[in-house]
Design a protein around this ligand. Structure first.
Ligand SMILES: Nc1ncnc2c1ncn2[C@@H]1O[C@H](COP(=O)(O)OP(=O)(O)OP(=O)(O)O)[C@@H](O)[C@H]1O
Length: 374
């Protein structure tokens, strides 16, 4: 908690500091993090993390609570010194630079605005401290308030704002200094779901308009998939998966990533001669994976009832254990002959009953084989 408070203080302080060595605006930056390690006593919060952000990209940093997301962001922002590793922004090592000298904007979960200043003064504070003329400050603030859709609220005090409006002020303040990297640490987690959707859309639009390299921390996988072009999954301070939202969902690098993105079936087996064979020998699907022990992962919605007429090339016989109605589909819990559980999401009305038998078809292109993992 100490660091969190420190971060919040920083958000206010950073807005107050002059940004003399920062360009008023600039192209989006490339970020390269290598072998980052952060320890707090006996806890290793970040454990050899590598991260690359392409200029102008929108990346979601995702992972369970305590996996090191906020600590990573704090290092990028200059609020936390790492024990080892490097952080380069456009090939410049920034670890020796204080937060105010980094071309980075930060928005935290809880916006801390100056209560005695109105919205416009809150947003413009950094420019004012940097010695900008009143006219320039006013023009910039007006432009940024328009971008975050707060045109009419410049004269309000923070206590007269809703949570979503406060976060928009915070966003405007972070963007006013035209950062080349925008860091967002669970900025909408305290808002209700509808407003979160709306705010995600706004952040995405601002990113597209301003082209700023964006790193968005969240533990909500739906949010990550919805907003980002690229998702990086952390677990225990390390990157365990990265790719487009579709890649991490359908072709995850690791089982940890596969599991993090919702229910997944895992079948252990062996790859030989370009084919995965389940350990009970009942299933064999083609794969490009290298020979050896492997796990086939397949999402519940990628399973279908095998048609009687056209024999499915890749199907398994299962015992139906449980059928639950889930609104848009049925959740069907089944088991292979050896007891391996297999969950299928089938259309409502499918002919499956608990205690019955079924044949489930797997289409090879929706299966993914992970090499050497059990
Ligand atoms: N200032 C600190 N002092 C001691 N331990 C800390 C400190 N900050 C973080 N930690 C520990 O480091 C680990 C990573 O914390 P971090 O806040 O980076 O995780 P996170 O992924 O952002 O979690 P959450 O989603 O819950 O915010 C945790 O075990 C946490 O308890």
């Amino acid at each position: 908690m100490r660091r969190r408070r420190h971060e919040r203080d920083h958000e206010r302080d950073a807005a107050a500091r002059p940004a003399a060595d920062q360009p008023a605006s600039g192209p989006a930056a490339r970020v390269a993090v290598r072998d980052l390690v952060v320890r707090f006593g006996s806890t290793t919060a970040v454990d050899g993390l590598d991260l690359d952000l392409e200029p102008g990209s929108f990346t979601a940093l995702l992972g369970p609570s305590g996996c090191g997301k906020s600590t990573t962001l704090a290092v990028l922002a200059g609020l936390q010194r790492p024990d080892a590793g490097s952080v380069r922004i456009d090939d410049v090592d920034v670890l020796g630079s204080p937060p105010e000298h980094r071309p980075v904007g930060l928005v935290l979960q809880k916006p801390l605005l100056f209560p005695h200043l109105d919205v416009a003064r809150n947003v413009g504070f950094g420019l004012r401290m940097a010695g900008a003329s009143r006219a320039h400050e006013r023009a910039e603030v007006r432009d940024m308030l328009r971008r975050v859709r707060l045109d009419d609220l410049g004269a309000r005090r923070p206590h007269e704002l809703s949570g979503g409006q406060e976060q928009r002020v915070s966003l405007a303040r972070a963007l006013l200094r035209r950062p080349r990297v925008l860091l967002l640490d669970e900025p909408f987690s305290q808002l209700d779901p509808e407003l979160r959707d709306d705010m995600r859309g706004l952040v995405r639009r601002l990113h597209d308009e301003l082209g700023v390299t964006t790193l968005f921390v969240t533990h909500d996988r739906d949010e990550a998939v919805d907003v980002a072009d690229r998702v990086v999954v952390l677990d225990e301070g390390r990157v365990v998966g990265a790719g487009t939202p579709e890649e991490v969902y359908t072709r995850p690098d690791t089982l940890a990533t596969a599991r993090y993105f919702g229910p997944v079936n895992e079948l252990t087996g062996e790859v030989a001669d370009g084919r995965f064979t389940s350990h009970d020998g009942t299933l064999a699907v083609p794969t490009g994976a290298t020979a050896g022990p492997a796990v086939l992962v397949v999402r519940p919605e990628a399973l279908a009832l095998a048609g009687d007429a056209a024999p499915a090339a890749y199907d398994v016989r299962v015992a139906v254990k449980e059928v639950r109605f889930a609104g848009t589909h049925l959740v069907v819990e089944t088991a292979l002959a050896d007891g391996t559980a297999l969950r299928a999401h089938l259309p409502v009305g499918s002919a499956v009953v608990p205690g019955g038998a079924a044949r489930l078809a797997l289409s090879p292109e929706r299966c993914h084989v992970l090499e050497g993992q059990r």
